[in-house]
Design a protein. Sequence first.
Length: 116
Amino acid sequence: QGHVVESGGGLVQAGASLRLSCKATDRAFTTLHMAWHSQAPGKERELVARIEGRGGSTSYADSVKGRFTITRDYAEKTLFLQMNNLNPADPGVYYCHSQPLGPSYWGQGTQVVVSS
């Protein structure tokens, strides 16, 4: 088991919602920041959403602003990505990323497929 483990991906219709989860170890959750990245087939991995370790400020890719929300649960040491109104531009493998002091951690990814 890695320091961060994603779950929650699946096949949905356009317009539907999904919530991704990233369960983290203590070390991975005590971070400078955590983020979700996505990688579509044949494309580079891209930042989708990020939350800062101190203060909890968030930032989003322009393509998901107003549709996706990144949050975290301290008690469960879990990072979430609520994805609403999914569209055909959103599919890919979604990765959880943790940046503590020192080496960063990546999960194995969870696949999101959107049917039109």
